[in-house]
Design a protein around this ligand. Structure first.
Ligand code: PXL
Length: 435
């Protein structure tokens, strides 16, 4: 998938186009860019701005639009009126999601939108926005409403919608040690909160809007995309590093491709509405194996599992190799027979869930835990292996699902298998669609 980011160059790599490409890359999309300006800045000061000429700007846009299929666009630094007019001319009528991040000033004080361009920004760019993502200052600046209360936020969001933005997210409102985003959709509004991290950083706004356009373009719902973007940004702020002499730069490192792929699938899973309904008493793990795992130490999983707190899911602990025992053992046993299977997750057993998998024509295997031999029961860790090998004994088709209906004191359980975490996720979505 190709996404286009239109904005300015930030040589510190903390914000702007450079930051967007990193986010796109990490979220597995190809980043295309159109530079509106080159800035000279670092972590302590904002220096010079050199705008692209009108000709250069339009030539960049034309070369990108004439070659690539683009699934989504993010617009950030536009700086002046002429740039806005060119963007409007080429982008109006495009039927892809557009996130407008109305950057007005950098954290170090640089002007990113000239005062005399605000009128055109409101008239031409805001109406292109599928979502506009101002922070508190930007929302105040664009609407002229000083934000001191929830009703001010409401009024500011409504004003931005009246200017033509389909959806508005006002980010980073501090409330009782939380950072709250206010979401105004076409016919709903709600808030999304996370723990406040004490950090002045360079890059979090760009991380948010880039993650948002990635998830929207992948056809997630607005709510899912917003939740993902918030979690992604929270994580990038947590990992922010003081690389230069001034403010820290946000980071979202790919420590390991396999772990990052699993992390992404887990983040997607916990943001699915109703996902809490499929979590069993013993909670859930989501695992992903290296190509030739020798033991569960070659299988990544969550050290403390994915846990349910009321209607929310949380990742308890870290995602690392050897993080799971049970689901990883199940995967290891099944992978021996069916090497293409590399990912698995356990779900709460319900007959309706099995029925939904049957309707979707998945290949389902079952074993009877009451038939487990005493010798297996008496040894820690053998049950799962025994169950899996019993289920796949003399089976030729690759299983999607293996389940058992429990035993005295043993919770029944479903395990979903797939080649990659996204395949497992796909199968889970079959169940959650109509929960
Ligand atoms: O964070 C917004 C932003 C966007 N684009 C460029 C920037 C900044 C902030 O510094 O420099 C080019």
């Amino acid at each position: 998938m190709n996404l286009l980011s239109i904005g300015g160059s930030d040589p510190s790599g903390g914000a702007g186009i450079q930051s967007d490409i990193k986010t796109f890359n990490q979220l597995n999309v190809h980043g295309l860019t159109v530079l509106t300006a080159i800035t000279a800045q670092n972590t302590t000061r904002f220096g010079h701005i050199q705008l692209a000429t009108k000709k250069m700007l339009e030539e960049q846009i034309k070369s990108i639009l004439s070659d690539f299929r683009i699934s989504g666009i993010k617009i950030s630094m536009v700086y002046d009126s002429s740039t806005i007019e060119s963007l409007y001319k080429h982008l109006k009528g495009m039927e892809v999601p557009i996130v407008v991040d109305p950057v007005i000033r950098s954290t170090t004080g640089g002007v990113l939108l000239r005062k005399d361009a605000v009128k055109n920004f409101k008239k031409l760019l805001i109406p292109l926005a599928t979502v506009i993502t101002p922070n508190k200052f930007e929302a105040e600046y664009l609407t002229g409403i000083k934000i001191n209360s929830d009703s001010d936020i409401h009024n500011a969001a409504k004003k931005l919608q009246n200017l033509g933005a389909k959806n508005v997210v006002i980010t980073g409102i501090e409330k009782k040690n939380k950072m709250t985003d206010f979401v105004y959709g076409e016919n709903f509004n709600y808030t999304e909160s996370s723990k406040k991290l004490i950090s002045i950083n360079h890059g979090s706004g760009c991380n948010y809007s880039s993650a948002l356009i990635c998830e929207l373009s992948k056809k997630n719902t607005l709510k899912q995309a917003i939740r993902f973007a918030k979690k992604y940004t929270h994580s990038s702020i947590r990992q922010a590093k003081s690389i230069g002499k001034g403010i820290a730069i946000t980071q979202n490192r790919n420590q390991d491709e396999l772990i990052s792929e699993l992390k992404q699938a887990i983040t997607q899973f916990i943001t699915i509405k109703n996902a809490y309904k499929v979590i069993p008493e013993c909670q859930t793990n989501f695992v992903y194996a290296k190509i030739n795992p020798k033991s569960i130490r070659d299988i990544a999983g969550v050290t403390g599992r994915i846990v349910k707190t009321k209607k929310e899911l949380e990742v308890a602990g870290d995602i690392e190799y050897g993080g799971s025992k049970h689901v990883a053992s199940a995967l290891l046993s099944v992978k021996k027979e069916f090497p293409s299977i590399r990912s698995a997750m356990n779900l709460k057993y319900e007959i309706q869930t099995i029925d939904k998998f049957k309707k979707n024509k998945l290949s389902i295997l079952k074993y009877d835990r009451t038939k487990e031999p005493k010798i297996i029961k008496s040894k820690e860790g053998l049950s799962v292996k025994w169950g899996m090998s019993t289920a796949i004994h003399k089976v030729n088709t690759i299983p999607d699902i293996i389940y058992h209906e429990g035993d005295f004191g043993k919770e029944p359980m479903i395990i979903i298998f797939g080649e990659r975490p996204v395949d497992v996720l796909q199968k889970i979505k079959m169940v959650l669609r109509r929960v």
